[in-house]
Design a protein around this ligand. Structure first.
Ligand code: PA5
Length: 446
């Protein structure tokens, strides 16, 4: 269960203001539940946890087993934005970070491509592919996004040259729209196994569709437990109550935003949650940042970033709020031993768990940042596992929908993303962009 603790905000707000904000959040919840708000044709994510068929998981497991039979030890997942960040977040959170340096693992290593346009990145990834037994998953809802399309063209060519066209086709799976897009037609023509991203689920809300489910299954994790955790939050976040965790979170962050806290920093004290911050930034940034409005989402990894961003957060411009993702229990246990010489002066920690030091750093930071004028919201999970990650995914999605409606924006579109694409296409000479190319050349020549 994901819990929300707002105690770290109490000195920044008045109770009556919070109650009013909760009322607004409940009205936004009503709109989300009645499906009458802006973008209401993109609400398919709301019931994914309870409606995902077992057959979909089994289809993903069949791919996993067939690739295992071929000895595949490297899966390259190609995608960008919502077609990559959820899977990346889950796999980073659940993996032993050193497993693949330690030798062969039961599940293949999953790495990502198509989330940048760096020639060095793709070249070095292909160096790695040459010493591994490779399969790939290409994920793109539109089927036309440039970054993954370029990576896929290169990786497809490599697979065909290395394994032959027929075998390559068995090592490629596409996750895309049911009908539209270049990837859909290419997959049909080449005979790739395909999974469908439902029409009514947008990219950044798609982690619990095959976009996330397939890579997570391929990486060897328990997707059923993740869906169970999400299901628990699907129920908890549907209740029309001031105790609904999504309502609490949305109400407080919007109240703080109205009071001038324009930036929200998602904080973790567990390095495995670094990509939760990346996934969350995309979810909130693309959903809320429009029409001249929106909380700017940032993220930090503590205690690491206490030695870089800590100064600004403590002492810089006072436009910040923090949301800390607290993990109550570690999955591992290690205590600090006594050292008779005590040259490092650390014997006061003898017998303490490393995680106790982390917890005290977290509490000390909370008190210091509140004293420094940074309100703190807290999102709590018991430990990092599939169940709780599923809960976090759903909780943040539901709270995002509520928050964006409170702000008065459509959470489910992203018109601003098109601007750079149009310029890039014009600059690269894509057919149909000739006029824009001329306008850019004029502009650049001045
Ligand atoms: O949330 C979104 O819709 C976007 O971030 C998309 O996920 C991203 O642009 C990738 O799009 P596509 O899956 O169509 O390649």
């Amino acid at each position: 269960m994901v819990k929300v603790n707002l105690g770290g905000c109490s000195s920044f707000i008045k109770d009556a203001e919070y109650d009013t904000s909760v009322e607004k959040a409940l009205q936004s919840l009503d709109v989300l539940e009645a499906e009458t708000g802006a973008g209401n044709d993109f609400l398919g994510w709301k019931h994914l946890p309870s409606e995902t068929p077992e057959s979909l998981i089994q289809e993903c497991e069949a791919i996993r087993d067939s690739w295992k039979g071929k000895g595949v030890d490297l899966v390259v997942v190609i995608g960008i934005g919502g077609s990559y960040l959820g899977a990346k977040c889950a796999i980073e959170a659940l993996s032993h970070p050193f497993a693949h340096f330690m030798g062969k693992t039961e599940a293949p290593q999953v790495v990502f491509a198509g989330h940048n346009l760096s020639e060095e990145y793709i070249s070095e990834l292909m160096d790695f592919m040459k010493v591994r037994n490779v399969a790939t998953v290409i994920i793109s809802k539109s089927g036309t996004t440039t970054e993954p399309a370029i990576a896929f063209r290169l990786i497809k060519q490599y697979l065909e040259e290395t394994y032959g066209a027929k075998e390559a086709a068995e090592r490629i799976v596409a996750v895309t729209d049911a009908h539209r897009g270049a990837l859909k037609s290419l997959s049909t023509q080449e005979g790739y196994k395909t999974f469908v991203i439902p029409d009514n689920v947008g990219g950044r809300f798609s982690v619990l569709t095959p976009v996330g489910i397939l890579p997570i299954v391929l990486a060897g994790f328990d997707i059923r437990a993740m869906l169970e955790g999400a299901k628990e939050m699907e129920q908890a976040c549907a209740v029309r109550s001031a105790e609904n965790p999504a309502v609490k979170y949305a109400a407080m962050r919007n109240l703080l935003y109205q009071g001038g806290k324009k930036i929200e920093i998602l904080v973790n004290f567990a390095p495995k949650l670094q990509y939760l911050g990346e996934w969350w930034k995309q979810l909130y940034g693309e959903s809320e940042g429009k029409d001249g409005k929106g909380i700017f989402p940032a993220s930090v990894n503590f205690t690491t970033d206490l030695h870089s961003m800590g100064q600004y957060i403590q002492d810089g411009e006072r436009h910040l709020m923090e949301t800390v993702v607290t993990v109550e229990n570690s999955n591992r246990s290690m205590t600090i031993a006594n050292d008779p010489q005590n040259l490092d002066g650390l014997n006061f920690l003898t017998g303490k768990h490393v995680e106790e030091c982390n917890a005290m750093a977290e509490l000390g930071t909370k008190l210091a940042h509140i004293d420094g004028g940074v309100p703190q919201l807290q999102v709590v999970i018991e430990r990092i596992n599939e169940f709780n990650l599923g809960g976090l995914f759903y909780f943040f999605e539901k709270a995002c929908g509520i928050s964006a409606y409170m702000l008065g924006v459509n959470p489910f579109n992203q018109p601003g993303v098109e601007a750079y694409k149009k310029n890039m296409f014009a600059l690269l000479g894509k057919p149909g962009y000739e006029e824009q190319a001329r306008a850019i050349q004029d502009r650049l020549s001045k």
